[in-house]
Design a protein around this ligand. Structure first.
Ligand SMILES: [Zn+2]
Length: 1035
């Protein structure tokens, strides 16, 4: 999946214990696993596979690197407790109240492999409990258990209590993860959405294979009204079976009178009805207004991560792969699309038609199943035997050409690169008018936001860059994610980190004119900024509850995942990385993996005698959060490198992180610093390391081109010599290296390692800078500082800062042209410079923008404003009454979505608070402004001086409505929290934000993004306390 606004919005984070808390209210104090033990003959004997699947990586995470480590006693206690039918989870929550509300829980362990010590403890405990039960048996009353007196012939010492299903009967399973006793082989799905009543009916015929003896079938279903259920075992008779439902975990179960035996096949048939979802997940209804003003309703799906269960009953976990046959009943004026090509259409006597799709030729996880009922029109081509089509609403078919071109090139490229041809006969890319994520990689039926797929003929290269990026990302998922899938969401990065990595590296190769490298560099900077916070998490991390799964879709899984792959590739010889990927895809084609599998495949392809384990290095990057700071101290030719955790500690406490990384350090020196051959390597695996340099070396720069995921601080005059070298000539380093010096310097200032004076000293060279990466990084950093000062109303400082920015960038700003610009990098730079200039109210910028807007309105909006200038021109225009009104008018009629979004951002940048309030409300209502655009509106409002407090008030007042539309954990909500709080830097605001989130309790107080917001404000506050005097002095 590609989250919304992948280019400029961070994938934030999220929550957790809503469900856990509700679970503890309703849940029994006895865990279900015990019921599977031999002590309870009503259910099959406990088999390792019957226990909930626990990915190896989770175990590694717990046992490997310090975080969340359980000591032996604790582990034994846990195992024993499980064997005795006690809920360790409850205990762990009750007994380990954390000072931070965001401490991770330890994963529930299967009791399939107890240690000897555990066994001894268990046996002793069982004997004691059995003896006590015998005593209790002779006592009158038997009131010690929830279920009352035990039957005299009970062989169980304790009757486990299951959660209560909707009918009041015990529900025979009490874990989030499904039991592994049966596996689905095939789903035969028939769906009939009614677009007038916005309901649908369905029939799921699921063929199951029994893996272990069991008396129950447990699967997922959410908000489905099941009307009939039958089961056929082998070739036996078809019998009606009762279905139990446990809503808090979205599970249903069939309990059986007879035990199913290993190897048996059975067919479970479920008939049901439901409402089409009104949010953006499951099987949801959407609509659009066509050119003639009529509203057309359609139905589409978005299942990742946990919403397939809202469309059909299923085993909704990625490792339960199966084949699918889909049938959809629709009205004749519509078309239906699904993962596979259509096999046939049958007319019904009612006048409706049924489309039947081919049974999938590949096994799929439930989250990549998809179907759409719509009236879209396609343009198609054939690529290496695959029929590729781009679908859009009828009025926008001319905007599909570019996407079709990109997918043609990229499909050929991936077919070769991965050395496994795309396995389906067709590939559809569909632009959906009302789609919350950026795109979703459903196999053979990729769905997109319109802005991520459609661009006009004269679109700017930057708009094309966005479309190409998203297409390249989703297409890479057809291999990474669809063909080989992570076993569980804890390793989501195997999907998302890889697709993100492929998106940047393959576009750089196939579409070099899109200059995607600059974007990848800045994405790595932003990822580190977020990963430096204490609220960050390891790449591969334990998740269980739905909110935990949702919060995995963040910058750590995507951008950090991609960054560490880039670093690994750069540190391996020759084509080892590429060969390793091919090996991995072949080894696990059609199945599921954990992170270690990837490292093993990449290690195996190294046939040299000095083969190094890739896992040894990479585990340090995936199993612990954050990244290292490497400090360079130099004494003549002796250089000492020291690593420590780069942790921005908001509470000012001295931290004693013992984390160590295997860092593939690279460096260049003034003797040779630009060409790839100049790069020298040094692997730092311990706390300190030493390297030797020639005495005549004047300076060295670590992290060549910033391909490593670490930051660097230079002691003993190291910064000074780099700064003086840059002042002599910026060309002594590559533009990526110059950008990385600027980025690291600002980050070190947040850490308290360098002074504001040093920042200014480094920035002095920027006057001679011409390249986009360092300039855009410097602008971004100074703009954030400017906005912080603005929100503190430091008016006098702002004036001085404006002078400073004009001094640094003024010449470049005034030399920008306002015509069409074909070069992406220059477009990026021009928009960054002019947006800054106009926001600082530099007269020649605002005047140019006004003139251009005037010409635009005079031409009846037919004149084209270059894509990269639209935002700045519209934003200047939106500051006047006339301009704002005219833009609002254009907003409701224009059909180019990229332009439309820039108009919306401009409208939201107004300083008129009545308009700000109106926009926020309109976004929530969803009539004039689609609700899915609300995060964009909130972000733009929060940036403006007049609007930022309104935005925060709006969030507080409308929290319940916001969380109905954007579930706790969604990107959208994370983005809303970040944009409304990230510019606070005072104690008053800190108290407000802390107070608000703590009052939310179950409705979001535990969200990681809430923790992040609080951390950020504290860090802003601390930076201001430490640096404001020197900012005053030096500006
Ligand atoms: Zn993705």
């Amino acid at each position: 999946m590609d989250p919304f606004d992948s280019n400029n919005q961070e994938r934030a984070n999220l929550p957790r214990n809503m469900i856990e808390n509700s679970m503890f209210e309703e849940e029994p104090d006895v865990v279900d696993l015990a019921k599977d033990s031999t002590a309870f003959p009503a259910f099959p004997a406990l088999d390792p596979e019957e226990a909930v699947y626990e990915p190896r990586a989770s175990r590694l995470l717990v046992r490997g690197l310090g975080e969340n480590e359980l000591d032996d006693d604790e582990e034994d206690y846990e195992s024993s407790a499980r064997l005795l039918g006690m809920s360790f989870m409850n205990r762990s929550t009750a007994q380990r109240p954390s000072s931070s509300p965001y401490v991770r829980q330890s994963p529930p362990r299967s009791c399939s492999r107890p240690s000897v010590r555990t066994m001894v403890v268990c046996v002793l405990f069982l004997v004691i409990v059995a003896s006590m039960t015998m005593v209790l048996y002779f006592l009158p009353g038997c009131t010690f258990t929830k279920t009352g007196c035990r039957k005299p012939n009970s062989t169980a010492p304790l009757e486990p209590v299951y959660p209560q299903s909707t009918t009041g009967e015990p529900f025979p399973w009490a874990e989030y993860r499904l039991p592994a006793s049966v596996r689905p082989l095939n789903y035969d799905l028939s769906l009939h959405p009614d677009l007038r009543t916005l309901t649908f009916s369905g029939r799921a015929v699921i063929t199951l294979s029994v893996q272990h003896p069991t008396r129950r079938i447990v699967l997922h279903a959410a908000e489905l009204n099941i009307t009939n259920a039958t089961l056929q075992v082998g070739s036996g008779p078809v019998g009606v079976v009762p279905v139990l439902e446990y809503r808090p975990r979205q599970q249903i179960a069939v309990s059986l009178g007879v035990e199913l035996q290993t190897g048996q096949l059975c067919v479970l048939t479920l008939e049901y009805s439901a409402r089409l979802s009104h949010n953006y997940d499951g099987f949801y209804n959407s609509s659009y207004i066509s050119a003639n003003g009529t509203r057309t309703v359609l139905a589409a799906t978005q299942f990742e991560p946990l919403a397939a269960r809202k469309a059909f009953p299923c085993f909704d976990e990625p490792s339960f792969k199966a084949t699918f046959l889909v049938r959809i009943t629709r009205e004749p004026g519509y078309i239906a699309l699904s993962n596979m090509p259509k096999a046939k259409t049958t007319a019904l006597p009612s006048g409706l038609e049924v489309d039947e799709f081919e049974q999938s030729s590949v096994k799929m996880s439930s989250y990549i199943v998809a179907f759409i009922v719509c009236d879209f029109i396609s343009t198609s081509t054939s690529v290496s035997g695959t029929n590729v089509s781009v679908y859009s609403v009828p009025g926008k078919t001319d905007q599909a050409a570019y996407a079709l071109h990109v997918v043609t090139v990229m499909l050929q490229h991936y077919n070769t690169f991965f050395d496994i041809p795309y396995p389906l006969k067709k590939l559809d890319l569909v632009a959906i008018p009302d789609f919350l994520a950026g795109a979703m990689e459903n196999w053979g039926l990729i769905t997109f936001r319109e802005t991520s797929l459609l661009v006009g003929h004269d679109a700017s290269p930057l708009e094309k860059q966005l479309v190409a990026s998203v297409v390249a990302h989703e297409l890479a998922h057809q291999w990474f994610g669809n063909l080989v899938t992570m076993s569980w969401w804890n390793d989501l990065w195997l999907n998302e980190g890889f697709a993100t990595y492929m998106q940047y590296t393959s576009l750089q190769e196939k579409f070099p004119e899109l200059d995607i490298g600059n974007l990848f560099l800045s994405v790595r900077f932003r990822s580190m900024d977020k990963d430096a916070l204490n609220s960050s998490h390891a790449v591969s991390t334990y998740v269980n509850a739905p909110e935990q799964v949702a919060e995995m879709f963040d910058s750590v899984s995507y951008e950090k995942g991609a960054s560490i792959l880039l670093m690994l590739n750069a540190s391996l010889p020759g084509r080892q990385f590429e060969k390793g990927i091919i090996q991995y895809l072949n080894d696990f084609n059609g199945s599921n993996t954990v992170t270690e599998d990837l490292w093993n495949s990449i290690t195996q392809v190294d046939v040299s005698p000095h083969r190094q384990s890739v896992s040894d290095m990479m585990r340090t990057w995936t199993l612990q959060k954050g990244f290292p700071l490497v400090t360079v101290s130099r004494n003549a030719g002796h250089v000492t490198l020291t690593q420590e955790h780069f942790l921005l500690n908001a509470d000012n406490a001295t931290h004693a992180s013992t984390s160590l990384w295997h860092i593939p350090v690279t460096y260049v020196t003034d003797n040779c610093s630009l060409a790839p051959e100049c790069r020298q390597n040094f692997t730092l695996t311990s706390k300190t390391g030493e390297l030797k340099l020639a005495d005549n070396v004047r300076w060295l720069k670590l992290n060549y081109k910033n391909t490593g995921y670490y930051m660097v601080d230079y002691k003993d005059g190291g910064w000074a010599s780099l700064i003086s070298a840059l002042n002599a000539s910026k060309d002594v380093l590559s533009s990526e290296d110059r950008a990385s010096l600027i980025h690291d310097m600002f980050s070190l200032s947040r850490l308290g390692r360098v002074s504001f004076r040093q920042i200014l000293a480094l920035l002095e060279y920027v006057r001679s800078e011409t390249e986009t990466p360092p300039l855009s990084e410097a602008l971004l950093q100074l703009n954030s500082l400017y906005r912080l000062l603005e929100k503190r109303q430091e008016m006098e400082l702002l004036a001085r800062m404006k002078v400073k920015m004009q001094y640094l960038f003024g010449e470049l700003m005034s030399s920008q042209t306002w015509g069409e610009e074909a070069n992406v990098s220059r477009q990026e730079l021009r928009s960054a410079l002019l947006e800054t200039a106009c926001s600082l109210d530099i007269v020649n910028c605002t005047q140019q923008a006004r003139d251009m807007f005037h010409q635009y309105t005079m031409s009846n909006e037919t004149m084209r404003i270059p894509g990269d200038l639209q935002k700045v021109v519209f934003s200047v225009a939106a500051q006047s009454d006339e301009g704002w009104t005219s833009l609002l008018q254009t907003y409701s009629t224009i059909s180019f979505d990229a332009e439309k979004r820039k108009i919306l951002q401009a409208l939201a940048s107004t300083q008129d608070v009545r308009r700000v309030t109106w926009l926020l409300r309109a976004g929530l209502q969803g009539d004039v402004i689609q609700t899915l655009e609300l995060p964009l509106v909130v972000s733009a409002v929060s940036d403006s001086f007049a609007g930022h407090l309104f935005a925060w008030d709006f969030v507080q007042e409308n929290w319940d409505r916001l969380t109905e539309t954007f579930p706790v954990g969604s990107f959208s909500l994370q983005s809303i929290i970040k944009s409304t709080t990230s510019q606070f830097s005072t104690q008053t605001h800190l108290n407000q934000v802390q107070g608000f989130f703590s009052r939310l309790k179950d409705a979001g107080s535990q969200m990681r993004s809430a923790q992040e917001a609080i951390e950020n404000i504290k860090l802003n506050q601390r930076w201001m306390e430490h640096n404001l005097p020197s900012v005053r002095h030096w500006l």
